[in-house]
Design a protein around this ligand. Structure first.
Ligand SMILES: Cc1cc2nc3c(=O)[nH]c(=O)nc-3n(C[C@H](O)[C@H](O)[C@H](O)COP(=O)(O)OP(=O)(O)OC[C@H]3O[C@@H](n4cnc5c(N)ncnc54)[C@H](O)[C@@H]3O)c2cc1C
Length: 285
């Protein structure tokens, strides 16, 4: 059994298709398959399967004159705005010398008729952020409640943890887990009965999972015995105003301690876009 600490990584890939591939492969834990020219095929497959939510992780700048004809065509088919666009208010109209432009995500742009080839030529928008959180399932469940964001998550349906070691997230900042710093020396940490109970619970769950797999269950069946502490990877994308609102809630003292810890890790990152995202003042925390 493996114990890991929570982690936060801000994704900076600027090429839309490569960014979508990077985010999408988290679901299948197949990042090893990324090559210089694998993105186009991967994104095509996502579209064929209808797994287009992954396309929301790339947000691009499109001149208004390119969007208008597509919108008119879509409207003439009785489509109006692509599903979700008005509800999430994801489209932002901006201005730059010579023309107006939209910042919108690739799913919306494809929904009105853009092709993958067109996506490749577009500039990455600079008003949004994508983060990879490594956290436990309970915290991930809280994160996905923020409906205006876009998400992709490691799948317990597709990933077989018999082939890949199961990992559990150390529940810091709980004091009893915080003290148990040296993960390689589990026996030292066992001194604390609360940590001991947690480790035993995870070990038992892992044994039950592996037993079900060996008895012929598929991962999507065996996963039912896994606890909330199971490690997951969650990719979360939102515009700066959306992150500002979310952080107000999740840095607040009433938020869950593990959630606050994760958000504090995020805002402490050197590459956190502090000029774009507004952080709550002291009185709001
Ligand atoms: C301290 C704390 C405790 C919590 N406890 C619980 C709990 O016990 N049980 C529980 O179920 N949840 C709980 N939550 C989750 C909470 O109810 C929200 O689901 C979560 O915080 C996301 O907030 P949101 O809806 O504002 O965000 P989003 O879903 O991202 O929405 C952002 C904004 O978009 C608008 N919006 C989005 N969707 C709609 C819609 N369908 N209709 C109208 N407006 C919309 C709203 O203005 C909203 O503020 C808790 C959250 C916190 C911070």
């Amino acid at each position: 059994m493996k114990i890991v600490d929570p982690e936060v990584e801000i994704i900076h890939e600027e090429n839309p298709l490569r960014r979508i591939e990077l985010c999408g492969r988290v679901c299948y834990k197949s990042e090893r398959k990324i090559t210089d020219d694998s993105a186009n095929t991967f994104v095509k497959k996502l579209v064929e399967r209808g797994h287009t939510s992954v396309l929301e992780h790339a947000r691009v700048i499109v001149p208004e004159y390119s969007v208008k004809p597509l919108l008119m065509k879509a409207n003439s088919r009785g489509n109006y705005l692509p599903y979700g666009a008005d509800y999430r208010n994801h489209w932002v109209l901006g201005r730059c010398p010579g023309y107006d432009y939209y910042a919108l995500n690739c799913r919306d742009f494809c929904a009105i008729g853009a092709t993958l080839e067109e996506l490749e030529t577009l500039k990455n928008a600079d008003d949004y952020m994508t983060v990879r959180f490594t956290c436990d399932r309970a915290i991930a469940n809280e994160l996905v409640r923020h409906r205006v964001f876009s998400f992709s998550q490691e799948s317990t349906r597709y990933v077989n943890y018999e082939k890949r070691e199961l990992a559990f997230v150390r529940p810091i900042p709980f004091e009893w887990a915080e003290l148990s710093v040296d993960k390689s020396e589990l026996s030292d940490c066992m001194a604390d009965p609360r940590f001991q109970a947690w480790v035993l619970g995870c070990e038992q769950a892992e044994a039950n999972y592996l037993h079900l797999i060996r008895e012929g269950c598929h991962p999507q069946e065996a996963r039912i015995v896994l606890p909330l502490s199971v490690k997951t990877e969650l990719i979360m994308t939102g515009t700066f105003p959306q992150w500002s609102e979310m952080l107000k809630l999740r840095l607040h003292h009433s938020a869950h301690p593990q959630m606050r810890y994760l958000m504090q890790m995020l805002i402490a990152k050197e590459d956190f876009p502090s000029s774009g995202i507004q952080l709550p003042g002291k009185e709001e925390k």
